[in-house]
Design a protein around this ligand. Structure first.
Ligand code: GLC
Length: 657
């Protein structure tokens, strides 16, 4: 049962799609509300688990930390970070009583989940204008299903986007891209997509193509497609200020950009230098911007990634000017330590400055709304603008879309990637923690930069990362400019990478089927052990294993130089140790704790009792995957499997006993 409490006059985020009457009653007794309505308080029992909060740092169990929903472009995902790129204000408390809470509020929300006081969770908003949804159900799975009904069905990504995608900031022209494609094909490495980062544009201007780098773009797109490779260009939020640039000129003429307090167009800076920010909260601007994607769709493009849409601001013109003036005050001064910090702080504080977010305005149906009050739904509305346009521009196509910034509700329009992670071992573990939390909020098509975006990866780290990413719908190897080259063929043991990628393609029929089920049934693709086995105390505290779909459990290795790891089995399972599609050991395992050897080039999967894993055959790309020729790995007496070959095509595969 879902109960909605409305405080003040909330901004309509359109996160919820199912109408729920606002309750006139008081909050349930387990939830305290401060007099000013800004803070909710809930007592936590020692055994309560708190799940949720989507894309965030921290564990599967969110207790012991503070989280701030404030979409932020911060590429240092260190342990102490409280905000990443998204705002996913949903928590699920599993205990003697299970409850879900969704705080639908587009500005900053702070979740103190047993940080200040280990037994208390407080949720604070900045203004008393929000909707609070309380979701009751028989258990976590029930609550998740209800919540997902409330927020609407998730975006369904095209099948090809489950293939391996190679990306790097630094493929600067068509030859760079050709080289990547050829290296995969020549080395018999499966591949379905290559991302185009900002270098394909003219001076980082959206909806342009640099003809010096890509002289015949349309032909090039076709050439790649003939080889079953989809090109996926990036689109950034900021629009370069430049006379003669059509998108800029149209935006200015029609008042489609965010405004300063004085009514002029707000000026910030991102990759192109000085930019205006499209007003994605203005529905006319949203339509206008979305229609621009046709420029690339007309050239054969059928996939995009939306970036810098928190929005990231390197600086604003106004703050930059003020900082320059203040810096002069230090000129000739005897600078002590305090001065030095203040001096450095001036420059370091330029990017994503909270004062800047308080300085510009949106036009929402004629009302002027200050950006900070709706900050967290900016990226969501950028992606919505694209997705709504796709239905107009190319109604017969299913176009890939994934975004960096998001809010609950955006899951109906696209997937997400988890932003600028690093080539760190801890970021394999982090992804394990993020996946189920993202799924709860409806984000099912998601994944991380495999191998790590920032920093230099190693062969071993990339291999271990792949051994987790091979289960995520979005499986993309992406790295930053200037880092070590990270394509799998750059490393010595190409053979093992090849085998791992082939295993991924073998898994796609299962992953895609389970993906569709998660969307249709409002379930999780990645389920925490404590939700799959709620009665099992050890499972509830297991932070580094996940159920993937209905049949399998994974236990990835996320430590360097490890030859294996401890795995907890809540029940008897069948372990598959895979070194390649035709090189697998089947090991029946008893419930309990085990140390399992897992070599660097091996991946282990545990099939649940009474369930089956179907595995496809070798494929170079999605089109080669057979929909009928499977190897079946059963544990116990599984007799059938519901197989989705497409979102609306399900067949029941029957197995012999
Ligand atoms: C941002 C994105 C990253 C991209 C880079 C350049 O940092 O998160 O994925 O490569 O911008 O466009």
């Amino acid at each position: 049962m879902i109960t909605r409490y409305t405080f003040g006059t909330p901004f309509n985020t359109e996160a919820a799609v199912m109408p729920v009457q606002a309750s006139s009653g008081s909050l349930p007794p387990f939830l305290g509300l401060s007099e000013d309505k800004l803070t909710l308080t809930m007592q936590l029992d020692p055994d309560d688990i708190v799940y949720g909060l989507g894309e965030n740092m921290g564990g599967i169990n969110k207790r012991g930390r503070k989280y701030i929903s404030n979409c932020t472009d911060d590429p240092n995902h260190t342990e102490n970070r409280t905000s990443l790129y998204a705002a996913h204000n949903f928590v699920l408390i599993q205990g003697a009583k299970c409850t879900g809470l969704f705080v639908d509020y587009p500005a900053i929300v702070t979740f103190d989940v047993g940080f200040t006081d280990k037994d208390i969770m407080t949720v604070s908003v900045e203004e008393p204008d929000y909707d609070l949804y309380i979701i009751d159900g028989a258990g976590p799975s029930d609550i998740i299903r209800e919540f997902r009904q409330l927020i609407g069905e998730s975006y369904i990504a095209p099948k090809w986007s489950f293939g391996f995608i190679q990306s790097r900031w630094g493929y600067v022209n068509e030859n760079d891209v050709r080289e990547v494609a050829a290296a995969h094909r020549d080395n018999n490495l499966p591949l379905d997509g290559i991302c185009l980062d900002i270098d394909y544009m003219v001076r980082y201007e959206d909806f342009t193509i640099d003809e010096k780098r890509f002289p015949e773009f349309e032909n090039f797109v076709a050439e790649m497609r003939a080889d079953n490779i989809h090109l996926i260009p990036i689109i950034d939020a900021g629009i370069k200020i430049e006379d003669g640039y059509q998108v800029y000129e149209e935006g200015v003429k029609n008042n489609y950009f965010c405004k300063d307090a004085d009514g002029s167009d707000f000026v910030a800076a991102v990759w192109p230098g000085r930019v205006h920010m499209p007003d994605f909260l203005n529905k006319d601007a949203r339509k206008w911007f979305g229609d621009k994607y046709a420029f690339l769709i007309d050239k054969g493009i059928d996939g995009f990634w939306n970036d810098m849409n928190e929005p990231a601001l390197f600086y604003s013109e106004k703050t930059l000017k003020e900082v320059f003036e203040k810096l002069h005050e230090y000129d000739g001064k005897d600078i002590d330590l305090q001065d030095l910090w203040a001096f450095q702080g001036l420059v370091n504080g330029l990017a994503n400055n909270p004062d800047d977010y308080r300085s510009f305005y949106h036009n929402v149906d004629g009302r002027s709304i200050r950006h900070d009050r709706v900050h967290n739904i900016y990226g969501y509305n950028m992606t919505r603008s694209a997705s709504e346009a796709f239905k107009r521009i190319a109604p017969d196509k299913n176009i890939l879309m994934f975004s960096r910034s998001s809010y609950i509700g955006m899951h109906r329009y696209g997937g997400i990637w988890t932003g600028d992670n690093s080539s760190w071992w801890s970021h394999i573990e982090l992804l394990m923690h993020q996946l189920p939390a993202l799924n709860m909020c409806g984000f099912i098509y998601c994944g991380a930069d495999t191998g790590g975006f920032g920093g230099d990866t190693t062969e071993e780290l990339l291999m271990r990362f792949i051994e987790l990413s091979m289960f995520t719908p979005l499986m993309r190897n992406h790295a930053a400019l200037g880092t070590r080259l990270q394509e799998v063929y750059r490393f010595k043991d190409i053979d093992s990478f090849r085998k791992l990628l082939k295993i991924r393609y073998g898994l796609i029929p299962y992953i895609y089927s389970e993906y569709i089920k998660a969307i249709k049934n409002g379930t999780l693709l990645f389920t925490p052990m404590g939700i799959a086995f709620p009665e099992d105390k050890t499972a509830r505290r297991t932070e580094d294993q996940l159920m993937v779909g209905e049949s399998i459990m994974i236990a990835p290795v996320y430590k360097p130089n490890a030859a294996g790891r401890y795995v907890y089995l809540p029940e008897d399972m069948l372990m598959l140790r895979m070194r390649g599609l035709d090189d697998m050991d089947k090991v029946p395992m008893k419930a309990g704790h085990h140390y399992v050897d897992i070599a660097v080039n091996e991946v282990v999967v545990f099939v649940r009792n009474g369930r089956a894993l179907i595995m496809g055959k070798e494929a170079q790309n999605i089109t080669e995957i057979s929909h009928s020729d499977f190897d079946v790995y059963k544990c116990g007496d599984a007799s059938s499997y519901e197989y989705y070959d497409e979102a609306d095509k399900c067949v029941t595969l029957q197995f012999e006993k």
